[in-house]
Design a protein around this ligand. Structure first.
Ligand code: ADP
Ligand code: MG
Length: 680
């Protein structure tokens, strides 16, 4: 028997069990070995009630009696008497009335919580309750008190799963090592086989920790190594060498109506140095909303045009593309740099004209959406590509670029979504990073407040006052149409409601992704011109939209959004001279979560992204498309220490010029990550 032997060859695995195991993706012995427990029950900590001492405790007991009573307004206490073979103890829960039903089942439970002296007696306070299952303990509970609990496999009893693992125990030692020895030794990790054995058959909780540490390290290491190798590959390509021309840059900077911040200067300088290299740049420019990324991109485009090369600026939406085209024209046309917009609404003859000016080199800077790199769009000499608010520029796009240019253009991705250091090292490790960590002087903080529906009328009054003062407001709803399955507000319904009742007589606009491009454009233009007082919109206004006279951002069902997204939306206001407000309306009248409270007290996008990452995971911040890459089994991207260690090891791996061919498993994992980003 080998690791690749089908599980059906194991004693006790009949056709039915085999089918059920297949359903969970377990075909071979190896599949089963890497199917790790979901959690562990630590029976080593279970104490008899008679031996209880103050502090954190676990007891295994049945409930003798239970009741719930109100004590004061809004507060209910559930009290139970728990008993094991040695004694009895009282337990209390505050505002958890469902405990009563749960405990009345007469089953045996594990109670884990604080044993404290209160109200003249000892009691268990707010313990967690978990049903104790005989199968959890069997069969190796006799030898070990830490018992693995596996995710339920449909069609198989937990006992059968345990039996299966007991039989597989002998195969553990055949699990091959996947990392180089010098890494395992140097990092003080346990071997892969040992780690997996620890996780299936732990003798202590520290073995579980050691096993997890090893496998988590491996996951992160693979990810970082993939990114570093990508970076190496990209750096091997030939790029356009663009010498720094001081008079060109200087005259551009002097033409700006403001002084660049130090952060803008530093970022521009880093980019200009990259352009001088014979290899293409692949850099991320991150800066909070309003930090002035566009001015930096404009400066670089000026230098690129001076060298006789073209710039393409890609925005995620037509609205943003239009705005960028306007801004860049204003900044660049005085220098004779030709800027053009290629949007979806530019059709037939005008479109043909732009395309032919592009291929002849008459257009220096072209702005548009992703359509800019599609077939049929050809360039004279494309030297620089700016990707705004797109979190990633993957395989296909880069390939498309190479087809359009003699050399790989220099790439600059710009994002206002702050990327925590841990993500920058792992997922974005292939990019060089410049950070605008400074806002232009004189920006006022945006007053942020959480509201519940009961106080809505007060909120509407304050918004009305702003509008009377000549300002404008955004109202953001997450849905487009009303949806009976969903109690969140929709733009359609909210638009009608505000128009006919609360803000009757005000000019209300409606914006969402299902409108046609020219309709969207028209609404945005009206809003920017001040012809609309209140814009009811979905999150399409999220990124980059700039209307300085808008001072109010009201977000409905705010509790449904990630903090980073709320912060982005908030960045739509506070862009002019007037004081601005962000109102977060909750779905119900419950107390706001601590998470939502964070955004009330912080204007720091970096900090909020870190909180998001910890509480909701990276997918919430960086979108569904990247979920595949973030599908970590064991590691968490919030573990900065582990990530730093893995990064050092990856750098050493590359420095040593280790040959991936020697490490088959590692090579496979790395190429899986690489496929998301590389050229082949
Ligand atoms: P971002 O894209 O980073 O959110 P923008 O480039 O749209 O920011 O800039 C936001 C606003 O700040 C624009 O109106 C821009 O003209 C202005 N701005 C940019 N840099 C500066 C600066 N150094 N000083 C003052 N205002 C600036
Ligand atoms: Mg921007």
């Amino acid at each position: 028997m080998k690791l690749s032997t089908p599980l059906s060859s194991i004693k006790g695995v009949g056709p039915k069990t085999e089918e059920a195991l297949m359903g969970a993706g377990l075909k071979t012995i190896e599949d089963a070995l890497v199917y790790l427990p979901r959690r562990y029950d630590d029976f080593s900590e279970v104490v008899s009630i008679v031996d209880l001492k103050p502090g954190n405790v676990v007891v295994r007991a049945r409930c003798e009696s239970v009741s719930t009573r109100p004590v004061r307004r809004g507060m209910r206490i559930t009290t139970a008497v728990l008993a094991d073979a040695t004694s009895k103890v009282k337990a209390v829960w505050f505002n958890q009335p469902y405990r009563e039903t749960q405990l009345k089942s007469g089953k045996e439970f594990l109670f884990s919580g604080q044993f404290v002296f209160q109200y003249n007696r000892y009691q268990l306070q707010n313990p967690s309750v978990e049903q104790f299952e005989e199968s959890d303990a069997a069969p190796q509970a006799s030898s070990s008190k830490i018992v693995p609990v596996y995710r339920h496999i449909k069609g198989i009893k937990p006992k059968t799963v345990q039996d299966l693992f007991n039989q597989l125990r002998v195969f553990m030692e055949f699990i091959p090592e996947t990392l180089p020895d010098w890494i395992v030794q140097g990092q003080g990790l346990v071997g892969r086989a040992e780690a997996i054995r620890f996780l299936h058959f732990p003798d202590s909780s520290s073995q579980v920790d050691r096993g997890r540490e090893r496998l988590a390290f491996e996951e992160i290491f693979e990810m970082i190594l993939a990114a570093q190798l990508n970076k190496q590959d990209h750096a091997k390509l030939t790029g356009w060498q663009i010498p720094f021309d001081q008079p060109t840059v200087k005259s551009f900077v002097e033409s700006l109506p403001f002084n660049l911040t130090n952060a803008q200067r530093r970022a521009a300088w880093q980019i200009l140095q990259d352009l001088e290299s014979p290899h293409p740049m692949n850099r991320l420019l991150q800066g909070d909303v309003g930090s002035g990324k566009t001015a930096v991109a404009g400066l670089i485009a000026r230098q690129v045009a001076q060298a006789g090369l073209q710039t393409a600026v890609m925005a995620p939406t037509e609205i943003l593309a239009t705005q960028h085209a306007e801004t860049l024209s204003r900044l660049l046309e005085p220098f004779g740099v030709n800027v053009a917009l290629l949007s979806g609404s530019v059709k037939s003859r005008p479109r043909q004209e732009i395309l032919s000016r592009l291929v002849s080199g008459d257009i220096d800077v072209i702005v548009g959406t992703h359509a800019l790199i599609q077939r049929g769009v050809e360039y004279h000499k494309l030297g620089f590509v700016v990707i705004d608010e797109q979190h990633r520029f993957g395989v296909k796009q880069r390939q498309a670029l190479l087809e359009k240019s003699q050399f790989m253009p220099h790439l600059l991705s710009m994002t206002a979504t702050p990327i925590p250091r841990s993500l920058a090292l792992t997922l974005y490790g292939e990019l060089d990073v410049s950070v605008l960590d400074e806002l232009p002087a004189g920006r006022q903080p945006i007053e942020t407040k959480i509201w519940s529906p009961t106080s809505a009328s007060k909120l509407y009054e304050s918004i009305d006052k702003e509008i009377s003062g000549g300002r404008q407001a955004y109202v953001i709803c997450s849905l487009i149409d009303e949806n009976p399955d969903n109690d969140r507000k929709s733009v359609e319904a909210e638009y009608r409601r505000l128009k006919s009742t609360i803000f009757y007589g005000r000019k209300i606009g409606l914006l969402h992704g299902k409108l046609k491009a020219d309709e969207k454009d028209a609404v945005m233009r009206q809003f920017a011109a001040g012809d609309i007082d209140i814009l009811v919109s979905t999150t399409v206004v999220e990124v980059g939209v700039n209307v300085p006279n808008a001072t109010v951002m009201l977000i409905e069902n705010a509790d449904h959004f990630g903090l980073s997204q709320l912060h982005q939306l908030r960045g739509r206001v506070g862009r002019g001279e007037h004081k601005s407000y962000c109102h977060l309306m909750m779905s119900g009248n419950d107390k706001p979560s601590n998470r939502l409270r964070e955004i009330e007290s912080s204007q720091d996008g970096f900090y909020l992204a870190e909180v998001d990452l910890k509480l909701r995971g990276p997918g919430e911040i960086y979108g569904r498309a990247q979920h595949g890459a973030l599908n970590l089994q064991i590691a968490t991207l919030a573990d900065v220490k582990l990530i730093t260690r893995a990064q050092e090891a990856a750098e050493e791996f590359i420095k040593k010029q280790e040959d991936l061919v020697q490490y088959k498993h590692l090579a496979r994992a790395v190429s899986r990550y690489q496929r998301l980003t590389t050229l082949n």
